[in-house]
Design a protein around this ligand. Structure first.
Ligand SMILES: [Fe+2]
Ligand SMILES: [Fe+2]
Length: 125
């Protein structure tokens, strides 16, 4: 999963956040492909969730400060994602190891769509 210039939302901090999240998804993918210890995969998963939460909070604060009209809907998308991700994490922690591959697939889809459709809406034109 590679970040490309066309994913730029016109803000260095948020582009850096998105790149870092892509890197973490790749890390999660290679850890689950190489069947690393569950504790190791769980740690990457948890770090990814924490970072995602921080990113969502930063983005929403920025939108509120800028008086961006779509902040409520955007927050709802973030919250939905959070909930889904936490649900998958619980399943993994409870021993459903196959969930790691499912998470990577889901994240890959979600982030492309979210950045290209929803995050782009706050891009300064
Ligand atoms: Fe974002
Ligand atoms: Fe977003």
């Amino acid at each position: 999963m590679d970040w490309k210039e066309e994913y730029s939302v016109g803000d260095d901090q948020f582009d850096a956040d998105h790149k870092k999240i892509f890197d973490m998804i790749n890390e999660l993918e290679s850890a689950s492909d190489s069947e690393r210890r569950p504790e190791f995969i769980e740690l990457i998963f948890e770090t990814l969730m924490d970072y995602t939460d921080d990113h969502f909070a930063r983005e929403e604060q920025f939108m509120r400060d800028a008086g961006f009209a779509g902040v409520v809907e955007h927050h709802a998308k973030h919250a939905e994602m959070d909930e889904k991700l936490h649900g998958l994490f619980i399943r993994f922690r409870d021993g459903d190891r196959a969930v790691a591959g499912e998470v990577v697939e889901f994240l890959r889809q979600w982030w492309y769509v979210h950045i290209l459709q929803e995050d782009m809406a706050y891009k300064k034109s």
